[in-house]
Design a protein around this ligand. Structure first.
Ligand SMILES: Nc1ncnc2c1ncn2[C@@H]1O[C@H](COP(=O)(O)OP(=O)(O)OP(=O)(O)O)[C@@H](O)[C@H]1O
Ligand SMILES: [Mg+2]
Length: 369
């Protein structure tokens, strides 16, 4: 190894432990013998949304009163046990926002094993949780797709038989108007079921994407124009917050149009008579979201935020499943289709929703480099 004699290294002695801890990505907090907070680094500030000035010298029980699980962990480090421990739970900010965190706590002891306090490491595991959720969902959808495809095949054959028989019946009805009327209904309904089955089969077979660099803003503009024209009396506002410097993404224009049409339709339906739809685009700068081992390609996010009724917690895990719908005239295939198309683009689709306030669907797509 060559050493560049001109490069200056700061002598190790000049870097204080506080500087080192301040620069860590994990939240670091120390608690003294009296249970008061001593050190509170920048990452802890970001995670808790509380400044170190507001926490230093304050009782831990006060600052973490909404996190009893964390206080319980810290108690394990205190005498008589003086043990290290790990745990996971939610951190709840003053504004009620929850962040899942993992915590590692350990007793601080002097050379004689005398207890001096506790050190706590906090890590934001929101991204990890989202990746786990994604994985679970992909597994479930793959299984459903296989089942549905099998079933669809079985249904298609007898349907063909019914339609054929209805057509024969119609012809042999000698122009009898009621035979004509009823057989027309039979044929139309069979066609409708066939169409549904086609959509279902589409979900389980990989689409052939026609990938090219696409300007996502053009697609969003088209979709918004189209859906805006379909509005009637409703007082719906549309706000565009596009990042003008956004690079083109790699995608299939027709398929992506379908995705954003479905999302905007859902948003309008959720709002009913009034509300604001905000469509925003941004370039992702936090590359950790992709998870370990993923390619380092750049990507963008499109947020579609409505002020509709929101989605109940118990429905959230279902909305991407085929045929899940809470609408009387819904097929429940809209979001399942979006999910499949975005996955095939190497992107992700996520949702944040608050009951009574609205939902935000977030789609990430890969930049065409
Ligand atoms: N923006 C939204 N706000 C509130 N709930 C939503 C929103 N988008 C989707 N949902 C919920 O997810 C369900 C599934 O949506 P999806 O688009 O897959 O089907 P659908 O809209 O019910 O039917 P289709 O899309 O076939 O008309 C909806 O029935 C609704 O309960
Ligand atoms: Mg829909």
């Amino acid at each position: 190894m060559k050493i560049n004699p001109r490069r200056k290294h700061a002598p190790a002695a000049q870097i204080s432990w506080e500087q080192i801890l301040s620069n860590l990505d994990d939240g670091v907090i120390t608690v003294d013998l009296a249970g008061k907070i001593g050190f509170f680094n920048e990452a802890a500030e970001v995670l808790t949304e509380i400044s170190s000035a507001a926490t230093t010298g304050q009782p831990l029980e006060q600052i973490f009163k909404r996190e009893p699980w964390l206080l319980e962990l810290v108690r394990k480090t205190q005498p008589p046990r003086q043990e290290s421990a790990r745990g996971e739970g939610d951190f709840v900010t003053r504004w009620g926002r929850k962040t899942p965190v993992s915590a590692t706590v350990a007793p601080l002891e002097d050379r004689q094993g005398q207890f001096l306090g506790t050190i706590m490491l906090l890590r934001d595991i929101k991204h990890r949780r989202e990746l786990e959720e994604d994985l679970k969902r992909t597994d479930r959808l793959a299984l459903m797709g296989t089942l549905a495809a099998g079933l669809a095949h079985e249904i298609r054959n007898p349907l063909g038989g019914i339609k054929g028989a209805a057509q024969l019946l119609r012809r042999s009805g000698d122009g009898d108007p009621s035979v004509k009327e009823f057989t027309d209904i039979m044929i139309r309904e069979v066609d409708r079921v066939n169409h549904l089955i086609e959509q279902l089969l589409d979900l389980s077979r990989p689409a052939e994407l026609d990938l090219a660099p696409v300007n996502i803003h053009e697609i969003l503009d088209d979709v918004l124009l189209l859906e805006n024209q379909a509005l009637g009396e409703e007082q719906i506002q549309i706000k565009k917050r596009f990042d003008p410097s956004l690079p083109p993404i790699r995608g299939d224009r027709a398929q992506l149009t379908q995705v954003f049409l479905n999302l905007v339709k859902n948003a309008f339906q959720a709002m009913g008579q009034r509300g604001t739809l905000t469509v925003a685009s941004r370039l992702e700068t936090d590359f950790r979201i992709r998870g370990e081992g993923a390619s380092a390609s750049r990507f963008i996010w499109i947020d579609i935020a409505d002020q509709g009724a929101g989605i109940r917690d118990e429905d959230l895990s279902q909305i991407f499943s085929p045929f899940f719908t809470t609408k009387t005239n819904g097929t429940g295939l809209g979001l399942a289709t979006c999910y499949r198309i975005i996955k095939e683009h190497g992107g992700t689709i996520r949702v944040d929703s608050t009951l009574g306030q609205g939902s935000t669907f977030k789609v990430s797509l890969v930049v065409a480099d």
